[in-house]
Ligand binder design. Sequence first.
Ligand code: ZN
Length: 108
Amino acid sequence: MSNDRDTEAPHTPGKPLPCRICKTLTAGATLAVYGAQCFRCYAAYCREPQPKSAFLADKRRDPKAWARALKAREERGEHLTLAQRDMWREALKSELAQHQHVDEGGAS
Ligand SMILES: [Zn+2]
């Protein structure tokens, strides 16, 4: 058995590209959903960075703590998926609008 196992499946949907973390060839559609990484790396990434106890404690006081956490992560330069960016912006829309309203005072 000396077949080359790197051969791509002919019916792979989307253009397979290497995951940006583990370099495993991954379908383009998957990369688009999980932020240029394969599902396994995305799952690991989700488990990793947030301190969960603090996050959950916050959530009781602030139902939008998750959105603020995502916003903070984006501001720190972390890569969020498009869906995540949309989600926190949607959740914090009213607050962002308020801030803009205050800022508009000077501009004409
Ligand atoms: Zn990966």
